[in-house]
Design a protein around this ligand. Sequence first.
Ligand SMILES: *[C@@H]1O[C@H](CO)[C@@H](O)[C@H](O)[C@H]1NC(C)=O
Ligand SMILES: *[C@@H]1O[C@H](CO)[C@@H](O)[C@H](O)[C@H]1NC(C)=O
Length: 336
Amino acid sequence: MPSTMIKIAALSTLALTVAATPVPSKTFAKRAAGCDPTKGHTSGYYGPGDKHEVDSNGAQRYYGMYVPTDYDPNTPLPLIIDYHGHGGNPSTQRDVSQYDTFQPAGFLVAYPAGLGSPSAWEGANYEGNAGADDIQFTLDLITHLEEQYCIDTDRIYASGKSNGAGFVGTLACDARANVFAAFAMSSAALYTDNLSDSARECTPAKGDIPTPVFEVHGSADTTIPYYPADQDYLGGRLPAIPDWLNKWASPDRDNAGAPVSTQELGTTTNHTSYALENGNVVVQGILVDGMSHCWASTKYNADWDKKDSTCIAPFDTTPLFIDFFNKWDVNGPRSS
Ligand SMILES: *[C@@H]1O[C@H](CO)[C@@H](O)[C@H](O)[C@H]1NC(C)=O
Ligand SMILES: *[C@@H]1O[C@H](CO)[C@@H](O)[C@H](O)[C@H]1NC(C)=O
């Protein structure tokens, strides 16, 4: 047999072998290196003191960690990274968002700590956090967590409150954050996506894939107003939230359809959704009439200590964020 024929025969055998290898379906979770039976973790919340350190950009950084009740080092679970507000810390943010109260199983939740005193996230012009590279820290944290925990690497989500939510907005506008599947924000201080001329530099994190964003805000928020004045706030200039939602829905970014608003969460709420052609809601915002600078909740959360009854809302933000996360993975809409 001439050598070319041998090569062709060998190639076609190879082709057959490749074709016979089952292609993993989209529902087969991508596993992290932490999916290792020797790397067990006990369910519960562990604060930053529990050796939860990451070296990043020359600084020692910390985080808190919630390990869900169904944690098993053989079964990849999705991960939420939840960012505290200005002056907060991992434990205060856990008491605000209460992921483990609303959903004790099914999600790992990491609560990173911002730098400075009072603590803060990159993007706000506060003194104390100048020069922090919190995007690099986020990537280093994800690498570290993937080594330690069994994570479904297709399902990593970002959420946050106030300055932490603004940083989630910064992530949504940075291609380095394409490891995230979706971005959820409460009372977001969107200093870096303020829709001034420089805001055109926003590069939607997901590139050609739509970048899913969800924001919840109170109409009586005087810290980060829903309709801010044309002035600098504590951390910089802010966009009007409806303008910001429209910008995300525009052809420049997610290219979604016309907004649809409903009061299905209560007569004091206005839930505005923008869907893609395939029907998936990719941009959404909820305005809560009369609510101040809070993580909207019907049940007690730590915001109620600092504020007053204006934090009481007719719905809970956290289960809505979980439902939203369940609709997306890193490649786009999840098949149900
Ligand atoms: C608006 O955001 C850009 C980043 O996109 C930032 O450079 C600028 O300082 C912000 N403007 C104000 C007034 O905060
Ligand atoms: C709800 O919000 C949308 C978008 O901002 C607005 O057009 C609409 O008038 C609002 N509806 C109510 C009932 O407030």
